[in-house]
Design a protein around this ligand. Structure first.
Ligand code: NDP
Length: 275
């Protein structure tokens, strides 16, 4: 029997990128899946992708909404419970580096940009965790958060507010994991490196610039030793592992890095400097 058969999963930010891929992976393993995002067309594309893989509509719940709003969060939870009757797994994946690409840089970035980054990358996760907690207590469920290697320990002045939001998210993962395990709920996280998605586009780069960005990174072993940018599946496999209690039951409050080796060579590369 597929390992997530009969499980109900909410995946935030599943209208694109890693979330879309993860929704498809869970659906193929016969989970009931709630997909969501703000962009109606992209959300429909995720829905079509899942249905065209042979999954029946009765296993799929699609919710158009903004996960940073109380109404968006409530709608996600309510429609999931209405359709599937329970929640087993929450994947807090929605996230973005919200930037004013032509505005000030570094510490001069506006407080508006700061608040938007915190609201999406940290606060929405906290709010979703609070709201889903009673339902996960009933099912002894799992939460998987999506962080980033940009959370530290290296400085990220270009992605300043995004990276501090995700650094705070990492501490939230650890602390919420210890609080929630007493109720049987497991919390863990994945920290992706460079993955080809809409992420760079959402940060304001046009398609061609984004393509060159990924190409340039992957061509330099000092940035990505594996010399290939990650695919959403590379992160999806970690998320499904962390959501699978049989495989990862003794992992509590951890973040698994999946980055092609980037974090091991960030900073001064003495080997390269000697060549
Ligand atoms: P994408 O831009 O491809 O996908 C982001 C998803 O988040 C979309 O479905 C988007 O949907 C959704 N989203 C963004 N803002 C909101 C909002 N306010 N309300 C609801 N949904 C929202 O990027 P990725 O797939 O790469 O990003 C997924 C996660 O991975 C993020 O948390 C990101 O920080 C993390 N990550 C990505 C890396 C990468 O290199 N790609 C590296 C490290 C971490 P919509 O636009 O329809 O609202």
């Amino acid at each position: 029997m597929p390992r997530f058969s009969g499980k109900t999963v909410i995946i935030t930010g599943s209208s694109h990128g890693i979330g879309r891929c993860v929704a498809l992976m869970f659906a193929k393993e016969t989970a009931n899946v709630t997909i969501t995002g703000r962009n109606a067309q992209r959300l429909q594309e995720t829905k079509d992708l899942i249905l065209s893989s042979g999954v029946s509509e009765c296993h799929l719940n699609s919710v158009l909404g903004d996960v940073t709003t109380s109404e968006g969060q409530d709608e996600l939870i309510k429609t999931t419970l209405d359709k599937f009757g329970k929640i087993d797994i929450l994947v807090n994946n929605a996230g973005a580096s919200i930037m004013d690409i032509s505005g000030p840089t570094g510490v001069d970035q506006s407080m508006d940009i700061y608040h938007k980054n915190m609201q999406l990358n940290l606060q929405s996760v906290i709010e979703m965790t609070q709201k889903v907690k009673p339902h996960l207590m009933e099912t002894k469920g799992e939460i998987v958060n999506v962080s980033t290697i940009g959370a530290g320990p290296h400085a990220q002045p270009d992605f300043l507010y995004y990276s501090i939001a995700k650094a705070a998210l990492d501490q939230y993962t650890r602390s919420s994991a210890i609080d929630l395990i007493q109720h049987g709920i497991r919390v863990n996280s994945v920290s992706p490196g460079i993955v080809v998605t809409g992420f760079i586009g959402a940060a304001g780069l046009e398609y061609e610039s984004a393509r060159k960005f990924y190409e340039k990174l992957a061509s330099n072993k000092q940035w990505i030793p594996a010399m290939v940018a990650g695919k959403p599946e590379d992160i999806g496999n970690v998320i499904l592992f962390l959501a699978d209690r049989k495989l990862s039951s003794y992992i509590i409050g951890q973040s698994i890095v999946a980055d092609g080796g980037s974090t091991l060579v960030m900073g001064v590369d003495f080997g390269a400097a000697m060549q």
